[in-house]
Design a protein around this ligand. Structure first.
Ligand code: SF4
Length: 317
């Protein structure tokens, strides 16, 4: 199956794009969104650590794995395949403390896939755009934009897949109910007129165990009860379970607030989590009553080589 998807070169150069991460930022703090998107203050690119770092590495292994097996079943990797996967992920992430451990879990994933995976990949990390029908306050067309983790077929049905990872809190159907990422992927295709049959979430537990035998597809969570849990779980979600129209309405209503009829009062989060926001120095500057000067200082501080401008999907612009 071949899909004709909208690419950047098919679109006018002045479009506005909205990605899942841009929506997340908006939901988290409208003021942070305004600093990044309206005021052009660069976001700092942190080196991820802990579960987030492991997740990115695992995600990259999955990208290589499915992309290298387009149109055929995936399975366990040969030594050459393992070397190629290592090379691919190393190029993007280097070899830090998590790298080989996540690789070991990835090999367990390929064992699991050899028994359980029926998807035939069409493409991994597929970048595409979808028209929203909305126009910004300055007359520019607005598109949804994303990199779909995996587009694949299962017995001739079309699925969008989101790879998710965690280190202690298992993904469940009810937790997925509040996750907008795979719904966004689904809508990216539907709004281009491509009918999707379902979504799939592949969840991997990237907990790094002490014992080597526990790197495998099942591992012990309680040494007393010897309870074992699956390391990899799959959730197939149909039209009935995913509230596509509800999410579409929510996305469009938030996009209108962002770009079509902006409310000049951008609500600040200013909660306990603010210490994690890379714009937190605006609090100190505004406390000094610097007004417009605070913005100039923020831009000067953040838009340097150390604080690269990052676009919607975390790519350095
Ligand atoms: S520090 Fe807090 S209030 Fe300020 S932009 Fe960041 S999240 Fe928003």
């Amino acid at each position: 199956m071949e899909l004709k998807l909208l690419k950047r070169e098919d679109l006018p150069t002045d479009i506005i794009t909205v990605s899942p991460s841009q929506l997340s930022m908006w939901y988290r703090c409208k003021y942070a969104w305004k600093l990044a998107k309206i005021d052009g203050v660069g976001r700092e690119e942190f080196k991820t650590i802990g579960a987030a770092n492991k997740g990115l590495i695992f995600h990259a292994f999955c990208q290589w794995y499915y992309d290298s097996a387009k149109g055929r079943a995936v399975g366990q990797l040969s030594e050459l395949g393992q070397m190629k996967a290592l090379e691919f992920v190393q190029r993007a992430h280097g070899t830090d403390a998590d790298f080989y451990r996540v690789f070991t879990i990835f090999l367990a994933y390929t064992e699991w896939c050899a028994k359980n995976e029926n998807f035939l990949a069409i493409g991994a990390e597929v970048e595409t755009f979808a028209p929203t029908g909305l126009t910004s306050v300055d007359g520019r067309p607005i598109y949804l934009h994303g990199f779909i983790d995996l587009i694949a077929t299962l017995f001739d049905k079309l699925f969008v897949t989101d790879h998710k990872s965690h280190t202690n809190k298992r993904w469940t159907r009810s937790r997925l109910y509040y996750d907008h990422q795979f719904v966004f992927y689904w809508l990216l295709l539907e709004l281009q007129g491509i009918s999707v049959d379902g979504a799939c979430v592949n969840a991997a537990n990237l907990f790094i165990p002490k014992s080597e035998k526990d790197f495998h597809t099942q591992f012990t969570v309680n040494s007393k009860t010897k309870e074992r849990v699956p390391r990899f779980e799959r959730f197939l979600l149909s039209h009935k379970e995913v509230k596509l129209q509800f999410y579409l309405d929510q996305f469009l209503s938030n996009i209108k607030e962002m770009w079509c009829r902006p409310d000049p009062v951008y609500t600040m989060r200013l909660g306990a989590d603010c210490e994690y926001c890379t714009f937190r120095d605006h609090i100190e500057l505004e406390a000094k009553g610097m007004g417009e000067g605070a913005l100039v200082t923020l831009r000067a501080r953040h838009n340097t080589e150390d604080f690269n401008l990052i676009d919607d999907e975390g790519e350095v612009a």
